[in-house]
Design a protein around this ligand. Structure first.
Ligand SMILES: C[S@@+](CC[C@H](N)C(=O)[O-])C[C@H]1O[C@@H](n2cnc3c(N)ncnc32)[C@H](O)[C@@H]1O
Length: 275
């Protein structure tokens, strides 16, 4: 091969790498901008415009607008947001439910979430003998969307529109409660309130399965995670410090807790048994 041909090929290769890098960066920036606009950005705009706030003021438009819910709820995107730990986190909860004696009892899922967590959790609860699974969310559209995913379990699942911090369910009726990445989205005073409500609705011996973000051990991951929270999820960072759910639950003396973490401590799974 002549020298000039080699140079031409190398230049073409360099151009291809530059174009691909540019396209990938543009795609990542556009995705980040999209999520910012329909999550934190919308809350900032809401804060500037709204004269009164409601119990739904903290809920992002990607959870309330049906077209956004349908657009975003795509398993590979959701798995990527949770750094490809989604399957592992859900599997941990599913295994916990299957180990629990739920025969004839009720199970509550406090707040919907994207991806296949709800169908997997419902299947596991019913296989463990649960009589009924209640799906609760503050947004009606989320419940409508969840219902579509749960057609196969029709008759065994009920949907409840309600605020996790003030549920209208009777005390002590649930044998298990799943809370999947809800706390980091709640304003700080509501985090403890949601955990208190979970405790109120569980029967003694009942289990709370909680999946959440956690303070990573690796400083690189910690720096990236800190930046993510500062930009996108301002209520999440306190889970590392002042609003650590494990510390809260253990501090009440009403729970026996186990916590495991994964991906260098970036995520936590708490199984709390009500005393
Ligand atoms: C569980 S969180 C986030 C889930 C996670 N980012 C995911 O999709 O994988 C999102 C859900 O919580 C619901 N939600 C937010 N605040 C709530 C509250 N106070 N009570 C009940 N549901 C709530 C939202 O409507 C939404 O359906």
């Amino acid at each position: 091969m002549s020298g000039s041909r080699r140079i031409t090929e190398r230049t073409a290769m360099n151009n291809w790498v530059i174009t691909a890098t540019f396209a990938l960066s543009a795609l990542l920036c556009a995705t980040a901008l999209f999520f910012f606009v329909f999550t934190r950005g919308a809350l900032l705009a809401r804060g500037l415009c709204a004269r009164s706030s409601s119990e739904r003021s903290h809920v992002y438009p990607i959870y309330s607008s049906m077209w956004l819910i349908r657009l975003v709820d795509f398993q590979p995107i959701i798995s990527a947001i949770l750094l490809f730990q989604y399957h592992r986190l859900v599997s941990h909860i599913v295994a916990g439910l299957k180990r629990t004696d739920l025969r004839g009892r009720q199970v509550l899922v406090t707040s919907c979430a994207f991806g296949n967590v709800i169908p997997r959790v419902v299947r596991a609860a019913l296989e463990a003998g649960a009589e009924r699974v209640l799906i609760a969310d503050i947004i009606e559209n989320e419940l409508v969307h969840a219902r579509r995913k749960l057609e196969a379990f029709r008759g065994r699942v009920a949907f409840v529109e309600g605020d996790a911090t003030h549920m209208r369910l009777a005390p002590g009726r649930m044998q298990a409660n799943v809370m999947f990445f809800l706390l980091h989205e709640l304003p700080h005073p509501l985090k403890a309130q949601a955990l208190r409500e979970a405790g109120r609705m569980l029967a003694p011996g009942g289990k709370l399965f909680l999946a959440e973000f956690h303070r990573p051990e690796l400083w690189v991951l910690r720096a990236l995670s800190w930046t993510y929270f500062k930009v996108f999820e301002p209520f999440g960072l306190a889970l590392w410090t002042t609003h650590d759910p494990l510390r809260y639950l253990e501090g009440t003396g009403a729970w026996r807790c186990e916590r495991t973490t994964c991906l260098f401590g970036n995520f936590q799974l708490i199984t709390a048994t009500k005393r």
